[in-house]
Design a protein around this ligand. Structure first.
Ligand code: UGA
Ligand code: MN
Length: 243
């Protein structure tokens, strides 16, 4: 089965560094289709160039966040662009395929792709370096999920991070009301609820959720002040001076 890796991204100084690192990791994986979904009204040419160089099958989308959400105190990040990617997979995805959301700043062990490739409905595994508890993971007993260990329960049915699960494309296509809410912190839970999923249906991966194969790493923000004054800069450098 092919794995559709959905990566939301947005313009800031770190963007190309993140996508170069992640894209090069993906070139080590068989049968992946990378969907780079920009939170922007146009496709950035530096990203198009990267995608062409990498040689992976890819889809490049641009779907900006509506202004009303950008003004909120807690901005729901990466929703408009993930929604566009979801629509693309529902329309074009292979029924044998698997959908996986991978944010541009995360770090992944390529063995995770072997784990998720056999996903029927939804598979799950732990995510490292996240929140107050360091790990977010389903709690497993006798091979079944019986609860969640997560630093931010927030009344969620599925207390998981975006990088902590994958979805079978055939199962996704069968669902009538698939969506992702514009509610910061509830994107994953809202999406999984919209799939009509029961906790007992979750397919456990990564040695009964005992192995960490993906990390919620975050990149420090760069100030990028100096170069703003330089009119000789090319596009490649201009991308580093955003904000
Ligand atoms: C955490 C989760 O891991 C995200 O999946 C979730 O969307 C986010 O919280 C949330 O609840 O808002 P976190 O590291 O806090 O992620 O957020 P970012 O890494 O800043 O953003 C998540 C993804 O959305 C990234 O791939 C980022 O490039 C993208 N993003 C961020 C946008 O597309 N637009 C933005 O304005 C900001
Ligand atoms: Mn992040």
């Amino acid at each position: 089965p092919i794995i559709y890796v959905v990566t939301p991204t947005y313009r800031r100084p770190e963007m190309i560094a993140e996508l170069t690192r992640l894209g090069q990791t993906l070139t080590m994986v068989q049968r992946v289709h990378w969907i780079v979904a920009e939170d922007s009204s146009t496709c950035t040419s530096a990203i198009t160039n990267l995608l062409q160089r990498l040689g992976l099958p890819y889809t490049h989308l641009a779907t900006p966040m509506p202004d009303i959400y950008r003004k909120e105190r807690y901005v729901p990040r990466g929703v408009s662009n993930r929604r566009a990617a979801l629509a693309w997979v529902k329309e074009n995805g292979d029924d044998n395929g698997v959908l996986f959301f991978l944010d541009d700043d995360n770090a992944i062990d390529i063995r995770l792709f072997d784990e998720m490739r056999s996903t029927d409905k939804v598979s799950m595994w732990p995510v490292g370096l996240i929140g107050d508890y360091t790990v977010s993971s389903p709690v497993v007993n006798d091979g079944k999920v019986v609860g969640f260990y997560d630093g931010w329960p927030a009344g969620r049915k599925f207390q998981v991070d975006m990088a902590g699960f994958a979805v079978g494309v055939a199962y996704l296509k069968k669902q009538k009301k698939v969506t992702m809410p514009y509610i910061a912190g509830h994107e994953e839970d809202g999406f999984l609820k919209s799939l009509n999923l029961s906790v007992k249906d979750i397919e456990v991966r990564a040695d009964g959720c005992t192995t960490i194969l993906v990390w919620h790493t975050r990149t420090a923000k760069n100030p990028s002040r100096l170069l703003k004054l330089d009119h000789h800069q090319n596009d490649n450098i201009k991308l580093l001076t955003d904000n």
